[in-house]
Design a protein around this ligand. Structure first.
Ligand SMILES: [Ca+2]
Ligand SMILES: [Ca+2]
Length: 318
């Protein structure tokens, strides 16, 4: 019984598939490709003929949003062995027409027909930028002069959004057991703030919420927002050496660091809860708080009250 049932199931699946499969295979289609891109990128989008039943001429047109995409090139892909391709004229025309004709015979090849080159705007917002495909039914016909019907399938340039930290920022990120992201490591006196090292693109942005002492330092929150303004990532900022988070590195930080070292209860508490002060006190980022960290802070103080850390220590994996 079980075997019979499975045969019926297999048969049912085959029957269910037949119309779909046949339709997908046989429908003549003009389509545009889909590619992923960053703002400012140059990308290529193929315009394809699929399931070509045989044509002697056609006009395919593409439209797009010129505010976010600029057409910089249109080239025939030599799909057919004969005929003449006219990939438009003025590239700024929308819709942009792609003409092909061969007044001697049908051509039946399928594949990449034209290749379009687009420049993505530097200010493009993340998301799909549709490449709309249409065709002229009257101008698409076979060797008998009969119109050949095609379906069309749009393509897209999928613009990515996101953020990055610049390479000249010494950076150390850590996800705690409580799923809290910590980030630390600005290493510049001229641009002491972590927010100086963030770049967003695709309409994404960031926001820095000052800490309890109303400065951007240890304990501040950095939030990354996507193009719709939705928070997608949050970091607690650590400014190594500024243990108390008041925006300068001085004797008060050594004092707090000593309290962390000598008061085992506090020390344990801080490490257990992974507070930003703990990371800020581990100035050389070696996973422990000890005299080495005090020495680093004293080196900073010897150079005056540095706004933030100036550390030249190897950073081990942690
Ligand atoms: Ca401080
Ligand atoms: Ca340390």
């Amino acid at each position: 019984m079980k075997k019979i049932l499975s045969v019926f199931v297999a048969l049912a699946l085959m029957l269910a598939c037949i119309p779909v499969c046949v339709s997908a295979v046989e429908t003549p289609t003009f389509s545009a490709g889909t590619v992923s891109a960053m703002p400012g990128d140059t990308v290529q989008i193929p315009i394809r003929i699929e399931n070509n039943p045989g044509i002697m001429a056609c006009i395919v047109s593409v439209s797009y949003d010129p505010a976010e995409l600029t057409l910089t090139g249109a080239d025939y892909c030599d799909l057919f062995t004969g005929g003449t391709a006219v990939p438009g004229g003025n590239l700024s025309l929308i819709p942009f027409n792609l003409l092909w004709y061969d007044y001697t015979a049908n051509q039946t090849a399928s594949g990449d027909f034209f290749m379009l080159t687009f420049k993505v705007s530097e200010n493009a917002v993340a998301g799909d930028k549709t490449i709309t495909v249409t065709y002229s039914a009257d101008s698409t016909f076979d060797v008998n002069g009969d119109n050949v019907a095609f379906e069309t399938q749009n393509g897209a340039v999928t613009v990515q959004g996101g953020w990055s930290f610049s390479e000249d920022c010494f950076l150390y990120t850590y996800v705690s057991e409580n799923d809290e992201n910590f980030i630390c490591g600005v290493n510049s006196i001229d641009d002491p703030f972590m927010s100086d090292y963030i770049e967003t693109f695709g309409g994404w942005s960031f926001n820095v919420e000052y800490n309890d002492l109303d400065v951007e330092s240890t304990g501040s929150k950095l939030t990354i927002l996507d193009q719709s303004g939705t928070a997608v990532e949050e970091y607690t900022l650590i400014y190594l050496g500024d243990v108390n988070g008041d925006g300068v590195i001085n004797g008060m930080d050594i004092q707090l660091l000593l309290e962390i070292m000598t008061d085992s209860d506090t020390w344990d508490f801080l490490f257990t809860d992974e507070l930003p002060q703990t990371f800020a006190a581990d100035v050389n980022v070696d996973g422990t708080i000890n005299g080495m960290d005090i020495q680093c802070i004293m080196d900073c103080i010897a150079h005056d009250d540095f706004p933030f850390q100036f550390i030249d220590c190897p950073v081990p994996e942690r």
